[in-house]
Design a protein around this ligand. Structure first.
Ligand code: MG
Length: 317
């Protein structure tokens, strides 16, 4: 496969008044992953006003520990821009600022897809709290749940998992290790997952540098493996595809870069894509869900069931 280059086509240089507003939103309960605790979501809402006076909003929602720029890098980028910018500015944001690429381009997108038919995966807390949470989400209609693993000792987590296998309802479980397992632990989780028939996939069992081991694991077990941190930005996504990854790709649109480039890639290579939240406000979430309708595998739930952790409302913005 050739390394593909994406072209944005010829755009007239439209001019926009540019403004931006940083925000901080505390989680209802901290999100605990193998990377640590996340307590406050910080991001930026940007506004582009065209010459007819219409304002288009976009959201920059970086997750630096996932591979995007930091919030400060995004803020510095916004601060050095003039009050009037053109589409040329938007299409020359460097690849080192993928959340900015998404925020600016998605502000100008139409968001005209109907997302009502999407099914959602509900995010559960790490540890045994998950066993108290799934029932309420089930009542709300969730049938797929994502549970963080690699947070507590594996013996404890396997006991909790055993309790999940006793749930008298048809549920699907996604196990998200955030790269926090050893190779042996990943094998154990995959064995347990295979025999449970409960697990849709294990997400990012190993770290980014262990791509070959994840390839090996995906050939050894029936349970699918999804890459997430490994494919956080567009260049990483493309590189993993080139290296032969044909398992699941978890895509967080808000940090992957330009939507147009992602669209072109997904339309060229029919990857098995699960779209997932980066804990955006409604502004980024709508843009991300619009892309999910277009590009995600329609047979898989989207990873946007995060209301337990952060309200999608955007008070004060
Ligand atoms: Mg993940």
């Amino acid at each position: 496969m050739e390394w593909i280059t994406f072209e944005f086509g010829i755009y007239a240089w439209l001019m926009y008044q540019f403004a931006f507003q940083p925000y901080q939103r505390p989680f209802k309960q901290p999100l605990q992953t193998s990377h640590g605790k996340w307590e406050v979501r910080e991001g930026i809402i940007l506004s582009l006003t065209d010459n007819l006076g219409k304002t288009h909003q976009g959201e920059i929602a970086p997750i630096s520990w996932f591979g995007s720029e930091t919030v400060n890098q995004a803020l510095n980028y916004c601060r050095q821009l003039p009050p009037e910018i053109t589409t040329e500015t938007i299409y020359t944001i460097p690849d080192s600022l993928p959340a900015c690429q998404f925020g600016f381009e998605s502000a100008l997108a139409l968001n005209n897809q109907n997302s009502h038919h999407l099914t959602y995966s509900g995010l559960l807390s790490a540890g045994k709290a998950a066993l108290q949470q799934w029932g309420k989400l089930w009542e709300q209609g969730y049938r797929t749940f994502k549970w963080k693993i690699g947070v507590y000792p594996i013996v404890e987590e396997l006991e909790i998992f055993a309790a999940f296998t006793q749930i008298p309802k048809p549920v699907k479980l996604r196990l998200d290790a955030n790269g926090g397992l050893t190779y042996d632990e990943a094998n154990l989780w995959l064995q347990k997952s295979d025999s449970s028939k409960l697990v849709e996939f294990i997400e990012q069992p190993l770290g980014l540098e262990q791509f070959e081991q994840m390839q090996t694991l995906s050939n050894l077990y029936n349970t699918a493996i999804a890459l997430d941190e490994s494919v956080a930005t567009f260049n990483q996504l493309q590189a993993c595809y080139q290296r032969g990854w044909r398992g699941i790709f978890v895509i967080k649109p808000s940090i992957v870069g330009y939507p147009s480039r992602l669209r072109q890639f997904c339309q060229t290579y029919p990857i098995d894509a699960v779209f997932s939240s980066a804990f955006e406000t409604e502004i980024g979430r709508n843009s991300a869900l619009n892309l999910a309708v277009e590009l995600a595998n329609p047979h898989r739930a989207v990873g946007f069931g995060i209301d337990n952790f952060l309200s999608p409302n955007t008070p004060g913005i």
